[in-house]
Design a protein around this ligand. Structure first.
Ligand code: NDP
Length: 451
């Protein structure tokens, strides 16, 4: 069995990688298990010293890793450079905060002493996707390893080069052997890894199908799982919004990374009185997108990562138009290069409203008023992120609480920021990443009570 990386822009094969044999896989788990004993015994200061090296190393090697990402999954080199920087910033953030987050928490009770201690679980398996091949991995690995866990990565098959490169980073920064390893395995092998008693927990970012499978295996083994799945985020624009800013951010949110982001604004829900003006402004921002070679500086949108993903977007667009939507922009495709699409007159019941669209496809949905806008936003099986545009912050505070999502960003780009929790409700998954909440997902939150 082997995995082949294909450049989505040129469709040329980059390299094939051989899958791990069962014996090699077992050796890796054994090594991780051994590493956990030593790694978890190290002081936090010592573990932090390793991550200081990681931050510096990422910044030093940024260009090389960015080029690898661009070649394997097609994001523009500029986006890839920013992604590596984000991983380094993630290190900086946890290096500053980990001592505070991991300190014992004293709780006043009638006992002589009572406190909570935060202790690592052991080997955590990370099943990760290709859309942010470095950031998705680092946002799990930094807090988990700092807290004393060790990591095994099963990365998406189309980014095996990135998977091995991430393992190389930990090696180059002198981490003990086994503290972080990449497993080149098929998705069907995840079951046996997760059922191995040495593996204690799993985090998965990806589709509902993969999430449901992995969480049910974890559940059968009584192991903790965190799921970060799809989204169909609403971006609500109310009549009093700064329309130009809202349109610019909406187009960027939807089209960055060629539309392949779980927290992209996928449904623009706009109050009727400003719909025409907002739509015209969004259309302008979409028209100026420069498609082309993602390695080129002039390109602002690269190809989608795989042909099957491009075909899915095509199909979702065609179906939605057949169901009554009007196409304002896009509709053509060459291989993985999907022209950015803007659809108007989209309603519940249409494919692009009901399904997650993982590519450059934006839709305009008309809302009668704020109440209708929130109702439409919540008319989704997903609940990951969302955005709300209004200049009235009291109104925003009230409406933000009514939106069924893990995050609501008001007058701003919905994004993952290490300082705030990230995750969803409904079919978007459960558990949280980032901040102190994410760091504590894979810890034994131990109560100690002394009389
Ligand atoms: P998948 O969910 O199939 O892949 C994500 C990761 O899960 C990969 O590492 C994949 O491995 C692994 N995986 C897939 N199925 C299983 C399984 N049954 N058991 C264990 N691991 C599994 O996503 P796709 O790449 O196929 O993309 C399909 C759709 O998923 C997208 O269109 C989008 O809607 C959603 N998605 C959401 C993401 C997010 O950020 N929330 C990211 C990526 C996709 P392998 O590559 O070997 O199959």
């Amino acid at each position: 069995m082997s995995f082949t990386s294909v450049n989505p822009y040129t469709q040329k094969k980059i390299k094939s990688y051989t899958a791990l044999s069962n014996q090699a896989l077992d050796q890796k788990i054994k090594l991780a298990d051994r590493a956990f004993n030593d790694w978890s015994e190290l002081s936090l200061e010592k573990r932090m010293a390793y991550f200081q090296k990681v931050a510096a190393y990422l910044r030093r090697e940024k260009q090389r890793y960015a080029e690898l990402m661009t070649a394997e999954m097609g994001k523009t080199l500029k986006e890839a450079m920013a992604e590596i920087e984000k991983c380094a910033v993630g290190c900086d953030y946890y290096l500053e905060k980990a001592p505070q987050f991991l300190a014992d928490l004293t709780i006043e009770t009638e006992a002589k002493k009572s406190f909570v201690a935060y202790q690592p679980l052991g080997i955590v398996l990370a099943v990760m996707p290709w859309n942010f091949p470095f950031w998705q991995v680092f946002r799990f690995a930094i807090p988990s390893l700092l807290a004393g866990n060790v990591g095994l990565l099963k990365h998406a098959a189309n980014v095996s080069g990135c998977s091995l490169a991430i393992e190389e980073i930990f090696r180059a920064c002198d981490f003990p052997a086994g503290a972080f390893q990449s497993l080149l395995i098929e998705s069907k092998t995840v079951e046996s890894v997760l059922k191995d008693s040495r593996v204690k927990a799993v985090t998965l970012t990806g589709s509902e199908k993969a999430g449901a499978s992995v969480a049910s295996i974890a559940g059968s083994q009584i192991k903790k799982s965190v799921l970060e799945l799809g989204g169909s985020d609403a971006l609500i624009v109310l009549a009093d919004a700064d329309l130009e800013k809202a349109a610019e951010v909406a187009a960027h949110s939807r089209m960055q990374n060629a539309g392949q982001s779980c927290i992209a604004a996928k449904r623009f829900i706009v109050e009727k009185s400003v719909k025409k003006e907002f739509t015209d402004r969004v259309l302008h921002h979409i028209q100026v997108i420069q498609q082309g070679d993602p390695m080129s500086e002039a390109t602002t949108m690269g190809p989608v990562a795989r042909l099957d993903l491009a075909e899915t977007i095509d199909k979702q667009c065609t179906e939605t138009v057949q169901q009554g939507a009007r196409i304002l922009h896009g509709g053509s495709r060459q291989g993985c290069n999907v022209q950015p699409i803007l659809l108007d007159k989209v309603k519940p019941g249409m494919t692009a409203f009901d399904e997650e669209t993982f590519g450059p496809l934006a839709v305009i949905v008309e809302a009668k008023d704020e109440r209708d806008a929130v109702k439409l936003a919540n008319q989704s099986n997903y609940g990951l992120g969302s955005a709300l545009w209004t200049q009235d912050l009291e109104r925003a505070d009230r409406l933000a609480r009514q939106i069924q999502a893990g995050s609501v960003f008001v007058n701003s780009l919905m994004r993952s920021d290490p300082r705030v929790p990230f995750g969803g409700v409904k079919l978007s998954g459960f558990g949280r990443e980032l901040s102190d909440v994410g760091l504590k997902e894979f810890l034994n939150i131990k109560t100690v009570w002394m009389e």
